[in-house]
Design a protein around this ligand. Structure first.
Ligand code: AMP
Length: 280
């Protein structure tokens, strides 16, 4: 395993790959890796001659300092998992290396950032946009892999690539779930043993919505999801949205054949859990 810590060395390594005409697949992560991340890594390993995983807890995308300080950091375990998945190159820069000075740049994504994650986490997507642009500039990947779990993030990055003409192909990868349906997340380890089973209700509520939506429409479905989750006082719904799957504009009427995104955020044990289902 080749663990690269500096921008200069990463540039040199990737420059070498380019000279040799090797395709490079990038999987950006914040570490604390689980099988959700590993599914992206395996895809990158298969589809590219060189797969690079970046591990960097990006401070400028956290609008909540408690979330940032509690974010799990497990580099040794991450490297072991990556080794097993066939990844040989990891970019793990320090905060000082990535941001010697606090970046001046901020990026706005118009309507895409005015809803859901953008609305509830001001500045989040600017931070994501800056770090991903920086990773693309340093690594210059042929392909980059992101999870559908962060659907809005994927759409934001798609916009970034389009607007800045990055020569990279983006891949949206399916959500990997625990046996009970909970979407895998680095934050799941912060759930208490007692309440962990309740987290399965989040995906159950999305499945309920998926069943109800075609026949009962948007308003009824939203009410039922709220009522379903309200049965468990430990679960606090932050938002449940039924939106256009490409623009994330909130839908008033369900249209068959149009990509529709059912997006949800629920708090449990003070942990913010995000999930979605795409009706395609
Ligand atoms: P993170 O480390 O949380 O920034 O995630 C890194 C990448 O892994 C992002 O593109 C996420 O969308 C993706 N990811 C996280 N959890 C999952 C999951 N359960 N299934 C698929 N992809 C995931």
């Amino acid at each position: 395993m080749h663990v690269i810590k500096t921008i200069e060395e990463m540039r040199l390594f990737c420059g070498g790959c380019q000279k040799e005409g090797l395709s490079v697949g990038l999987v950006p992560t914040m570490g604390a890796l689980h099988q959700g991340h590993i599914s992206l890594v395996k895809k990158a390993v298969i589809e590219n001659q060189v797969a690079v995983v970046s591990i960097f807890v990006n401070p400028i995308q956290f609008n909540n300092t408690t979330d940032l300080t509690h974010y799990p950091r497990t580099l040794d375990a991450d490297l072991a998992l990556l080794g097993k998945a066939g990844c040989k190159v990891v970019f793990a820069p320090s905060e000082e290396e990535m941001y010697a000075d606090k970046p001046m740049l901020s990026i706005h994504f118009g309507l895409l950032e005015q809803v859901m994650e953008g609305a509830f986490r001001p500045g989040h997507f600017s931070g994501v946009g800056v770090v991903v642009a920086k990773l693309f500039a340093i690594i210059q990947p042929t392909n980059a892999y992101f999870g559908q779990k962060d659907l809005q993030q994927f759409l934001v990055i798609q916009q970034l690539v389009k607007d800045l003409s990055f020569p990279v192909t983006l891949h949206r990868c399916a959500i990997v779930r625990e046996e009970d349906g909970l979407a895998m997340s680095s934050r799941n380890t912060r759930l208490t043993k007692k309440n962990r089973p309740l987290a399965a209700k989040i995906f159950e509520s999305l499945q309920l919505a998926e069943r109800l939506l075609p026949e009962k429409g948007i308003d009824f479905t939203k009410e039922e999801v709220r009522a379903f989750l309200a049965q468990q006082k430990e679960l606090t719904l932050e938002y449940f949205e039924i939106a256009d799957g490409n623009t994330l504009v909130s839908q008033i009427e369900y249209k068959v054949g149009k990509i529709t995104a059912l997006c949800i955020v629920v708090y449990l044990d003070g942990v913010r859990l995000i999930d979605n289902v795409l009706l395609e």
